[in-house]
Design a protein around this ligand. Structure first.
Ligand SMILES: [Fe+2]
Length: 376
């Protein structure tokens, strides 16, 4: 290519500037173009079959021009012609992230949310894709939803969670039983109040979506407590930006130690997404390790941490209710903070069975359900 303008394509040292119909001139790097030739992708596996590492030299267009609604490139050092739909180039023209249909805006909620929690029925979910979509959207937007009409069986929880992903084990195994244990390994397995927390932050990747299937609940007390951690963190961001900064930038240690395990992981109490928006929180007083930060930093960190911890207990945020037998609450374990009031162990029976799946799998299933994808 001799550097002259050929139609709407201008050669540059390392790539091409292409004039796109929608937004005008846009630069594309030659490596990027060669790597992402539509023929690079195998229609059967839907994976990239081309390996850019195997090119002997930097790719160089010998000829390039717009042909209809595509950019055609004939490459200099190989016998290969690429044709890129201009619509595909448009997506990548300005360095913006590829639009993600699962990136739904989060809607913060407060103490009065209980009557408007999304409710979906177990037998309907099994049959109806629209209903599954409504459930997924509730989990992405509000982080919480109740599944009703659950059969009183172990299989019901497996079926429910299986609709949103693969059962994801934790230190407690594939499933966990929240009821009184003779030798409890966790505060949840006693009748004491269970302070507000997210589950298992001592794991490097704490479980994403949590399911709690209420099988028995006839005790006095033991109300369920749920709050939207993103609502609280957003309020802290507005009222005390420095405290917010400390909690969103500083990693603190969590641990889980028992007879045969010594789990440790560091987490930020406030989690931000790629848009710098609050996407979750991690809080667990019973699994917080001894903070091993510089003691001078503790002068700032502890007041911020305690301020946030107290905000979590504010009635503005706390939704209180009793999960009924046959209900399964599903929620984003990185966003929704939960706890339980103390109950009278002799007043009746209380049994919740729980499990987890991951956030990424939920988003993956949702995208496949609502969007075209690259290969459809
Ligand atoms: Fe929990």
């Amino acid at each position: 290519m001799d550097g002259a303008q050929i139609d709407a394509v201008v050669a540059e040292e390392n790539g091409l500037t292409v004039t796109l119909p929608e937004t005008g001139p846009a630069y594309f790097n030659a490596w990027w173009l060669r790597d992402n030739c539509p023929t690079s992708f195998d229609p059967e596996t839907r994976e990239r079959g081309f390996d850019v590492f195997h090119l002997k030299a930097a790719p160089r267009p010998a000829e390039a021009r717009i042909e209809g609604d595509a950019l055609m490139i004939r490459w200099a050092d190989e016998d290969h012609v690429s044709r890129y739909p201009l619509a595909m180039l448009q997506v990548y023209a300005h360095g913006a992230r590829r639009p993600d249909p699962a990136d739904l805006p989060r809607r913060p909620w407060f103490a009065d949310h209980y009557p408007s929690i999304t409710r979906v029925s177990h037998p309907v979910l099994l049959e109806d894709a629209q209903e599954r979509q409504r459930w997924m959207e509730a989990l992405l937007v509000e982080g919480i939803a109740i599944v009703t009409d659950m059969p009183d069986t172990d299989a019901a929880l497996t079926e429910t969670a299986g609709l949103l992903g693969t059962i994801r084990p934790s230190f407690f195994g594939d499933y966990f039983d929240v009821r009184l244990h003779i030798r409890p390994t966790n505060l949840a397995y006693t009748s004491k109040a269970l302070e507000l927390h997210t589950d298992v932050p001592a794991e490097e990747l704490a479980p994403g979506i949590q399911y709690l299937h209420c099988r028995r609940n006839s005790v006095v007390g033991g109300q369920n407590l749920f709050l939207d951690g993103t609502a609280v963190a957003n309020d802290l961001r507005a009222s005390d930006p420095e405290a917010f900064r400390l909690l969103s930038e500083t990693e603190v240690p969590f641990y889980k130690e028992h007879d045969h395990i010594d789990m440790r992981a560091r987490q930020r109490v406030i989690e931000l997404d790629h848009n710098d928006e609050v996407s979750g929180v991690t809080i667990s007083q019973h699994l917080a390790d001894i903070f091993d930060l510089p003691q001078r930093l503790m002068d700032q960190y502890y007041p911020a941490f305690v301020k946030f911890g107290r905000m979590l207990q504010d009635d503005k945020y706390l939704m209180r209710f009793s999960l009924a037998e046959g209900e399964c609450i599903s929620f984003d374990n990185h966003r929704i903070v939960h706890g339980r009031a103390a109950f009278s162990a002799t007043s009746g029976e209380r049994y919740l069975r729980g499990t987890y799946t991951d956030r990424g799998e939920l988003r993956g299933l949702y995208r496949a359900m609502v969007s075209e994808g690259r290969f459809k």
